[in-house]
Each structure stands twice: as C-alpha cells, then as structure tokens.
Write a protein that binds this ligand. Structure first.
Ligand code: URA
Length: 215
C-alpha cells in the first residue's frame, strides 16, 4: 500500500478554504469539485502508460503516450458526501463507469475515543467489476474508516486489478485500520489529521462534508 499525500500549494489552498467555517455552501461544493479534479490528475500520474506512434495531419510520425487503463476505471461514490468529489474525478476520467454505495452509521457501545461506528450498507449499485478494472473509491472524509472497510470488503471480493481510495482528509487512525487489513490499496489524500472526536468527527477536519456541500 502506498499513501500519496497531496500537499502541494494548490491542494492546500483549496483545503484551507474547505476547513474555514466561514466558507459558504456554494464555495465549499466548488472546492470539493476542484479537489476531485486535481486528485484525479494525480491518480492519472500513477497509472501505466503505453508508448504508441501516431501520424499528424502533416504526415509526420511522432511517438506519443496513452494512459493504459482509462477504459477500465470505475469510480464508486460513497453517498452522499463524495458526490461533488466524484464530479471532479469525472473531469479527469470522463469515461469512468460509476457505482454508488450508501451506508448508515450507528455508534457502538465502545466508550473509548475514537468511538467505533457500526456500519450497515443500505444500498449498493455497482457495474460488473472485471479483473482489468481499476476501482477508485471516493470518500472525502475517512475518520474511523468503518464505512470504508465495509466498502473494501465488498469490492475486494470482486478482485479488480487495483483499488485506489480518493479522499480529502483521512485520520491517522482510519489509515492504520485500512493498512492493517488491506495492505495492497493505495490512498490519495490531501491531509492526514491526527484526531477523531467522540462524535466521529475528524479534528481539525472540516466539519460534516455532506452537510456543508448540500446545505
Ligand atoms: N465525515 C465527515 O463529514 N466529517 C468528519 O469529520 C468525519 C466523517
């Protein structure tokens, strides 16, 4: 597993706008879409390439680069907070197949922070996954990772070629939990934040990504 920490200035600039409690709903949503597009481009920098030759309208032959697996990308939207992130990812991968997954969380009896969440998958609709597919699971906030672990259980059963997580803020705790169980997965994230509070929010975080995007 590799963790790709996307901490270049433009990522951090948009992240800072998202973290700011005074950023309104429209600007927040726009920021999520922009980060989705940028994360998509970073993922594309990490895909296999084919070197091919093409002929230009001037009859000149020239070597070119094609990204190998663009027809085999599938993006899974972890509803609802990932929706604007997926809108951005689709700008980088316009031919991607799309799936959606909805999960509801309930607090477990555990009292020690971070509180574990019991997660039930309530809706799952994903196209057929083949062994050639690269599956990008989009979830802007990975806190305890309980939802992500459930999603990964489902997706790994279908044995795609590669699984990538696209996230904006991940907690250290969540990343460690994913790493322990799914060591072969790549995580692209803009920030790794240190804490989760007793209500399951990442600290410093950016609040509830779904509420802030959707109002
Ligand atoms: N989901 C959110 O939207 N925010 C958090 O801080 C954690 C999970």
């Amino acid at each position: 597993m590799a963790i790709f920490l996307l901490d270049k200035p433009l990522f951090l600039h948009i992240l800072t706008q998202l973290r700011n409690k005074d950023t309104d709903q429209i600007m927040f949503r726009k920021g999520m879409v922009r980060l989705g597009r940028l994360i998509g481009y970073e993922i594309s920098n990490n895909l296999d390439l084919d070197i091919i030759q093409v002929t230009t309208p001037l009859g000149a032959n020239v070597k070119g680069v094609m990204i190998k697996d663009l027809e085999n990308i599938m993006i899974i939207n972890v509803l609802r907070a990932a929706t604007p992130l997926v809108e951005g990812l689709l700008k980088a991968f316009p031919a991607a197949k799309q799936g959606v997954i909805a999960a509801s969380r309930r607090e477990s009896e555990s009292t020690s922070p971070p509180k574990e969440m019991e997660v039930d998958i309530t809706y799952l609709k994903i196209p057929k996954i083949s062994k050639e597919d690269i599956v990008i699971i989009a979830d802007p906030m990975i806190a305890t990772a309980s939802t992500m672990l459930k999603v990964l259980n489902r997706v790994t059963e279908l044995s795609p070629k590669r699984i990538i997580i696209a996230s904006i803020i991940s907690s250290e705790y969540g990343i460690n939990r994913i790493m322990k169980k799914f060591s072969f997965i790549d995580i692209f994230t803009v920030s790794i934040d240190p804490e989760i509070n007793n209500s399951g929010y990442i600290i410093p975080g950016l609040g509830d990504a779904g509420d802030r995007s959707f109002g």
